[in-house]
Design a protein around this ligand. Structure first.
Ligand code: ZN
Length: 303
């Protein structure tokens, strides 16, 4: 990143429906940011952009917002060594998605993971018999994927993936909330899918009970997240991109107790100071039934 807080770009219309009508959803809580704020494991909960809610469709988006060029720069140079520490929990979430895809009885098993991070999902999919590929902008993540899982991801911006062979499934797991223009990624997914192919999106649900309960302290309000879908706006997004919404599940994450505690300062102290305790906590898995994310499946319409 060239400087501490580069200029942000104004967003005058709803990125989903284009309406200029909106009301304040939550005010910004910070003025300066750095590329470190954009790690997947970043725990600056409550540190958030200035969010507007569209009066037309209910979509929630940051205005102003870091532009695509700046975000490409940030994600291209992102390093997040802590991400790998929760492999087991993330793996359980990913296996569940693959099991659901199996039940859709697709004719082929070619899968592309957009925003593949360190390749864990691609690696698990391959073990389950999928011909899986991934595209990821962070050089560090791509190198980690190769070293850790022997998975060679396509290094580059999401939209740069070559449109040669088509896929049966495209996945965007915790991706769309990071994108200033998610429609572009949706159109890219459409071009990469076979007719009748499946798109899977996992993203935080801004209208979930947890989001309302925790309000500005909701854990998904942090610098990398610049827009928020809900059970109402995600199907709208799919239809606009030429997809039929199939099914939406409430998504639950599995983490270790160590990871969860390390998200908050007293717990972080325990994990940092008491190493044996930290190891034990690392083995204790916790399922977070907050149901504050959406796991949505949609089918490509037309040819
Ligand atoms: Zn709107």
């Amino acid at each position: 990143m060239p400087e501490k807080s580069p200029p942000l770009e104004p967003v005058s219309r709803c990125p989903l429906c284009g309406s200029p009508e909106r009301g304040l959803h939550l005010a910004s809580t910070f003025e300066e940011f750095s590329s470190g704020d954009f790690k997947i494991t970043d725990s600056h909960y409550g540190k958030r952009w200035h969010f507007q809610r569209c009066r037309q469709c209910g979509f929630v988006y940051a205005d102003p917002c870091p532009g695509a060029e700046l975000l490409n720069l940030i994600y291209g140079s992102l390093e997040d060594p802590e991400y790998g520490s929760e492999e087991e929990g993330r793996g359980a979430n990913f296996s569940r998605i693959l099991n659901r895809l199996e039940r859709l009885n697709l004719t082929g098993k070619r899968l592309l993971d957009m925003g593949a991070a360190t390749g864990l999902f691609v690696s698990i999919a391959r073990k389950k018999g999928w011909s899986a590929e991934g595209v990821e902008p962070s050089r560090w993540a791509v190198e980690t994927a190769e070293r850790q899982y022997g998975v060679k991801l396509h290094l580059g911006e999401l939209l740069s993936y070559p449109e040669k062979e088509l896929f049966d499934v495209v996945t965007m797991l915790d991706l769309v909330e990071h994108l200033p223009n998610p429609r572009e990624a949706l159109e890219k997914a459409r071009r990469l899918l076979k007719p009748g192919g499946i798109l899977v999106v996992v993203t935080p649900n801004v209208d979930s009970f947890a989001a309302r309960l925790f309000s500005g302290r909701w854990w998904h309000y942090r610098p990398p997240h610049i827009l928020f879908f809900s059970g109402k706006t995600l199907p709208l997004f799919f239809r606009q991109g030429g997809f039929s919404p199939l099914k939406v599940y409430p998504f639950h994450w599995t983490f270790s107790l160590r990871y969860l505690l390390s998200r908050f300062s007293p717990g972080k102290w325990i994990c940092d100071k008491l190493t044996p305790m930290s190891k034990l906590l690392g083995r204790l898995k916790v399922k977070l039934f907050l149901f504050d994310s959406l796991e949505a499946y949609a089918r490509k319409e037309g040819s």
